[in-house]
Design a protein around this ligand. Sequence first.
Ligand code: UD1
Length: 341
Amino acid sequence: MARTKIVVTGGAGYIGSHAVVELYEAGYQPIIIDDFSNSQESVLDGIKDILGVAVPCYRIDCGDEAALRGVFDQEADIRGIIHFAAFKAVGESVQQPLKYYQNNVGSLITLLKVMPDYGVANLVFSSSCTVYGIPDQLPVTEQTPTKPATSPYGNTKKICEDILNDVASVSNGAIRTILLRYFNPIGAHESARIGELPLGVPNNLVPFITQTAAGIREKLTIYGDTYDTPDGTNIRDYVHVVDLAKAHVVAVQRLLDAKGEAVETFNVGTGRGNSVLEVVQAFERATGQKLNYTIGPPRTGDVPAIYADVTKATQELGFKTTATLDEALASSWKWQQSLGK
Ligand code: UD1
């Protein structure tokens, strides 16, 4: 039987590449769209090594309507889209807001314009726990009120959620969507053939840790230890990227089965909060590496503590995390080592 075709925009990116692998292994035919503006061609080799087959890839910007239509013309019978393609550097978004609004919001609008013309109804969207801002209560459920974004990046996620709500709820089934609000993805595929590939100095904690342990960075600076948390450092919900990728496979199938409402939102995390210091300790424990770190001033815009209530995803999607924090960090380290210096 022919595999069901699912377009994965940003499929050469960190979460996207892991989703491509999980989709294929679950029996779907992923089709990658990526402009490689923040990813590398070598990711395709990693995917091929894992799966034993090459996954089709179109090197286009999915905000380019004519190019996007070209893909839909060529690939008949696309049944769903997972839309990862977006810029994600918080600091850069403050400096270059138009770049973020144009790319992140523009590409979603283009997709939504093109999808009905080809009878493609199903869209899974990459949202973020950033929409909760500094929450008034923990853990956050999907009902926890959203807060004004603290960066243009965060605002693009909120705006895209609003667009999808507005469009899907009046489309009479022409557009059905699942919004996945990710917490902090970490880790890499067990093969260490794909993982996070930050260009330049990493903004995120775990790539900074692994690069420091590898001797690429001199030391990690922990951004503040006087927050109102048990050890004074920020708390996040670190979810293994393969567990996160699997949530997309289930979400796609739910849309294909036309289960649930036209728009549904799910938190995807572990339900567990860990402090920055706990992550450092877990990394040292899981890898046997001693990490050079120092305490620095707080980073502007950081949320003191956030972690997910994942009851809804567990009940409705059957989502569960399998990896512990130590296992996730060990996989990040294995990936870093595979990269060399
Ligand atoms: C950030 C964004 C989030 C976005 C995500 C994308 C903010 C407030 N949030 O998440 O919206 O979806 O990136 O990847 O910017 N840390 C250090 N030292 C470092 C790096 C990080 O102490 O060198 C700390 C941070 O203060 C934070 C934790 O590690 O407490 C995680 O940071 P990071 O990986 O950047 O993710 P978020 O800030 O949670």
